[in-house]
Design a protein around this ligand. Structure first.
Ligand SMILES: [Zn+2]
Length: 323
């Protein structure tokens, strides 16, 4: 079986052609399925189990233990970028998982210590895993956007990309995009969407390009899981966000609610499209002092349960004949 050719953009016809050698075994999309006919392709691809982390999760009695448990359970960490690329190349690992870490900023003045994110990255790297960092490009401190960037730290995060980590935009200002009904905020205009999404993606791309790295930002991690109308029917990404994404290279909008149903394979591989995916927060327990602490055992169990749900869903999905 030959792998699909490595290419950034793939047409529907091109995908079908590449897919004729696709899926000789269930491991192709990373879920335990019966053997598929080599002429069939899945119409849908399960969303890997995905965990949302923040700097308070950088605890030595939580994150390293969780990473060990995920390794023992057979998970392989991918990023949004590599998930798409591995699917395209027919090299999806058996149990993919996506770890994302929100709220890093490389502005001179940031809300959370840069060293905390460096520690998280080192633990993840030591575990042989990878992750996606959601960058707030102009964090607001005391009401003022912090625009001056820390060039030495940009050198550091640029090197993380070489190690397989992904940089996503987590918007410029980290605004909540939702009205109370989870629909779009009525006061948000095209100017706001452009400032939050387009400008943030371009700032990251420009900082990396200054360091010789031509790196299109492919993922937008939404602040507070907003931007997705999960309380409405149909649930969808707000139109203004989709329009802003189309001005960029963004293909993944990452929230929290929902976003776990299998994705249409063509939508996932179509470089013109934008797909929405959800995540889980860590499981927490409350200690004797009333503090909420992340808990590795239960977090691993939740992620394994997501994977098992995916296996059940994938087993039921209809096949489509390749041409
Ligand atoms: Zn955030």
């Amino acid at each position: 079986m030959t792998a699909a050719p490595l290419q950034q953009a793939i047409s529907r016809r091109g995908f079908l052609k590449a897919a004729s050698g696709f899926l000789a075994s269930a491991s192709v999309i990373g879920f335990d399925l019966p053997q598929w006919p080599t002429t069939a392709v899945p119409q849908h691809v399960p969303v890997p189990a995905s965990l949302m982390l923040h700097s308070p999760d950088a605890q030595s009695d939580f994150l390293p233990q969780l990473l060990d448990q995920l390794n023992e359970a057979g998970f392989t960490a991918v990023t949004y970028l590599s998930w798409q690329q591995l699917l395209r190349e027919n090299r999806m690992p058996a149990k993919p998982i996506i770890l994302s870490i929100d709220d890093i900023s490389i502005a001179k003045h940031a809300c959370a210590a840069f060293s905390t994110f460096v520690q998280m990255k080192e633990w993840i790297r030591a575990a042989g895993m990878t992750a996606v960092f959601g960058v707030i490009t102009e964090p607001i401190i005391n009401g003022t956007p912090q625009r001056t960037q820390d060039e030495e730290r940009w050198d550091v995060v640029c090197s993380w990309i070489d190690e397989g980590f992904e940089l996503a935009t987590h918007t410029s200002y980290h605004s909540n995009f939702n009205a109370v009904d989870s629909g779009p905020r009525p006061d948000f205009t095209d100017v706001d969407y452009e400032a939050e999404i387009v400008r943030s993606a371009r700032l990251i791309e420009n900082k990396l390009l200054e360091r010789g790295l031509d790196y299109p930002v492919k993922s937008l991690i939404m602040p507070y899981g907003s931007g997705y109308s999960y309380k409405l029917s149909p649930s969808q990404v707000h139109t203004g966000i989709m329009q802003a994404c189309h001005q960029t290279s963004i293909e993944f909008v990452v929230g929290i609610a929902q976003g776990r149903a299998p994705l249409n394979t063509y939508a996932l591989l179509d470089s013109q499209g934008v797909v929405y995916v959800g995540r889980l927060p860590p499981a927490c327990v409350v200690d004797g002092d009333g503090r909420s602490l992340p808990y590795a055992d239960l977090t691993e169990a939740w992620l394994s349960s997501w994977y098992e749900d995916n296996c059940a869903l994938a087993a039921k999905q209809p096949m489509m004949r390749a041409v």
